[in-house]
Ligand binder design. Structure first.
Ligand code: SAM
Length: 267
C-alpha cells in the first residue's frame, strides 16, 4: 500500500541521510531510529530503505556520516521508474557533484537497486574513492502520486522517463507517466533550462509523449544537433536494462529531449 512508502509531507521535511549518508548528516529524528521519522507515514522496516545505512560489516573506510555535507545540496537528477538502475549507475561518475535519485514503485526492484548501489559504494571506497557512487540512491516511490512531497519548485536539472510502461489501451492512457497533468508537475520541478528525456521502443507511445510535450507551453524540443552533443542521450538508449533488452531483440528505439522554458517566453 502507498502508506508504507518513505516520504514526508513536504520536500523541506525530507530526511535524505539514509539515501546519501556521505552528503547528509542524520537529523535528530533519523538518528533516533525508534521508528518515528519525519516521514510521518509508515515506517515499516521492509519498505523504508536507504542505500547506505546497513552496510556496517565492511572492512574498509567508509565516509563518516555527512563527510561531504553541503547544506545547499539537493537531488538534481531524477530517473522516474528507474527499474534496475542502469542509467543512474552510468550517470553517477558523469555527474559526480550532482545527487541522482531513482524512483521505483516495485519494492523488490528497489531493494535490488539499493543493494547494487551499496556494493558499488563499497567497491569504490575499497579502492580509495570514498565519494564514489555516494551521489546515487533509489527510493521506493509512486512517482505519479507523491513527487510534490519530495521535489520542490525548480529543484531538478534533469528528469528521465525511460522505457515507461506503454499502457496500450485507450482507457489506460491516463495511467501513462507522461500526461498533460503530470507534465505540469514536471515543469514545476524542473529549473529553467532543465531537461526532460523520454525514450521508448513503442512507436505509438513515442508519438504520444512527443505530442504531449509539444503541446505543453513550458517545454520546447531540444534540437537534433544539441541532442547529438549531449552524452546523456546515448546513455538513455544504451544503459538501462530495458534499453539493452530492446537492443538484444533488435528492436527500434526512440528518444526525445525537452527543455523547460521560462514562463515569460509564452506568447
Ligand atoms: N527505466 C527502466 C529501464 O529503462 O530499464 C525501467 C523500465 S520498466 C518497463 C518501467 C518501470 O517503471 C518499472 O520498473 C515499473 O515498476 C516502474 N514504474 C511504473 N509506474 C511507476 C510509478 N508510478 N512510480 C515509480 N515507478 C513506476
Amino acid at each position: 500500500a502507498d502508506n508504507t512508502y518513505d516520504y514526508p509531507l513536504r520536500p523541506d521535511l525530507m530526511d535524505w541521510s539514509s539515501y546519501y549518508p556521505a552528503y547528509f548528516e542524520k537529523t535528530a529524528s533519523s538518528a533516533n531510529e525508534a521508528g518515528e521519522s519525519l516521514a510521518g507515514t509508515g515506517t515499516d522496516q521492509d519498505t523504508k530503505m536507504g542505500n547506505g545505512e546497513q552496510s556496517t560489516n565492511s572492512d574498509h573506510q567508509e565516509p563518516s556520516a555527512g563527510e561531504f555535507a553541503d547544506r545547499n545540496m539537493k537531488v538534481e537528477i531524477a530517473d522516474v521508474g528507474c527499474g534496475y538502475g542502469g542509467l543512474m549507475i552510468s550517470l553517477a561518475p558523469l555527474f559526480p557533484n550532482s545527487l541522482i535519485l531513482g524512483l521505483e514503485i516495485r519494492g523488490k526492484v528497489q531493494t535490488y537497486v539499493a543493494e547494487r548501489i551499496r556494493a558499488l559504494r563499497n567497491q569504490a571506497a575499497a579502492g580509495g574513492n570514498k565519494q564514489g557512487y555516494q551521489n546515487v540512491a533509489v527510493m521506493r516511490f509512486n512517482a505519479m502520486k507523491f513527487s510534490p512531497r519530495i521535489f520542490a519548485h525548480a529543484q531538478l536539472s534533469k528528469m528521465f522517463f525511460l522505457f515507461p510502461d506503454p499502457h496500450f489501451k485507450r482507457r489506460k492512457h491516463r495511467s501513462r507517466i507522461i500526461s498533460p497533468t503530470l507534465l505540469a508537475e514536471y515543469a514545476y520541478f524542473l529549473r529553467i533550462g532543465g531537461l526532460l528525456y523520454h525514450a521508448t521502443d513503442v512507436k505509438e507511445l513515442h508519438e504520444w509523449m512527443v505530442a504531449k510535450c509539444d503541446a505543453h507551453p513550458l517545454f520546447e524540443k531540444v534540437s537534433d544537433e544539441e541532442m547529438a552533443a549531449d552524452p546523456c542521450v546515448n546513455l538513455v538508449l544504451t544503459t538501462t536494462e530495458e534499453g539493452k533488452k530492446v537492443e538484444r531483440n533488435g528492436g527500434e528505439k526512440w528518444v526525445a529531449v525537452w527543455r523547460r522554458i521560462a514562463d515569460e517566453e509564452l506568447g
